[in-house]
Design a protein around this ligand. Sequence first.
Ligand code: ATP
Ligand code: MG
Ligand code: MG
Ligand code: MG
Length: 469
Amino acid sequence: MTTPELRKEFTEFFVKEYGHVPVKSSSLIPHNDKSLMFTNAGMVQFKDYFRNPATAPFKQATTIQKCMRAGGKHNDLDNVGYTPRHHTFFEMLGNFSFGEYSKSKAIQMAWRFLTQVVKLPKDRLRVTVLASDQESYDLWKNQEGIPEDRIIRCDEKDNFWTMGEGAGPCGPCTEIFWDTQNDDLGEDRWLEIWNLVFMQHYRNDQGQLENLPVVCVDTGMGLERLASVVQSKENNYETDVFGPMFDGLHKIMIDAGIESSRDINATPHKKIIVDHLRAMSFLIADGVIPSNVGRGYVLRRIIRRALRSGNQLGFSKPFMTDLYPSFLDSLKDGVYPDMVARQDSIKGVIHQEEEIFMSTLSKGLALLEPIFKQKDLVGSKQVPAEIAFKLYDTFGFPLDLTVLIAEERGWTVDLVEVEKLRQKQQEQGRASWRSGSNTVFLTKALEWKEQGVFPTFSGYRRELLSGQS
Ligand code: ATP
Ligand code: MG
Ligand code: MG
Ligand code: MG
């Protein structure tokens, strides 16, 4: 099955067979939720219904939610390119009940979907439950007939789901894993595909757990992971989701005179580029603009990390917008029309950011590379804080990018020292702000405002005008 088929099968299963209401994905920018940087799960748009099920316009819903995990509690930015299963942007298939059905039905539906609709062999699946959740354990064992050695009891770290660090609905979960049968992968032999959360509590601002009026159900399954299993691939990147983008990347590398092989696993960089291209495009389409604060800064980091990976592959000029058409090819079932309709604006933002950073990237790298050979430093294997700070301040290297490059060599960066330098500079900056000098960001922002760039991007304008992100 292709990913468009999986989307369709999933939605039809819950709508036609079990009467769920199909609800559109919400924006990557959570609505009315200051506690969360990005929508990181399907439940985010329904958060309030768990607490007050009576206010929900439907008792059960199904979604295919755009998710971003590049900041806050759920942050997979550093995993991208290095694990078979993590993206920054991904799609989460989910079904939800606001007091309508029980654990028993939630478990039964998930098992039916995987074993009867998608037809995964039962003996390659295993499940985990929260150690204290005997009810779920018994349901898997008695209702679905899963042998006891395939039901693993776990602690709260793994099987108690919370959306973020602050207040919010939460509860025990039971997860379904696929056996890749690859012993070389260690713990990763078992691929987590679906998480069924039983929302039973609300963690209040003081961190105490209150009981919710009724148990609600919130499930989430990564579409790309399901596709990797169904299409018998070793990692998400080998699925049809990414095929067109890797083809496009291969082609633009050849066109640029860069050697390229079809092997996408040879370096992490091709994976980082295709992952980050999706992430940046969806973020921009939802109204985020690169900036030096908040969401805008996460976007900037994503773009700059992708550009650095491009540099590692051999690109010396902006290339990301040349890859955009193959990104659109990967969406050709028309599931995200915004990405086509807004392509000029999206490409414009990416291109501008590329122009800014590409000009300083190689100069910054030229400063950093010799450090790894410097005799007095190879003992400690630590990049001096002044260098990391200069890269950040003068060359626009997000700190995590410097850390990433250092880690590739087995080096570290003294982040505490860098932070001190940053604070010192900020104090000086504040002094000069008061004395009337300007900042690049403010000038740029006012310019954009005057030009009325991206008039449809209300999120951006709100952020810009209120000076926050
Ligand atoms: P993992 O342990 O693999 O990091 P998780 O436990 O953090 O996953 P959940 O919060 O339970 O993930 O999210 C529900 C589902 O969403 C997961 O079972 C998985 O299928 C999918 N998923 C989670 N994070 C990612 C990601 N970064 N990229 C792709 N799919 C993801
Ligand atoms: Mg995770
Ligand atoms: Mg997990
Ligand atoms: Mg999980």
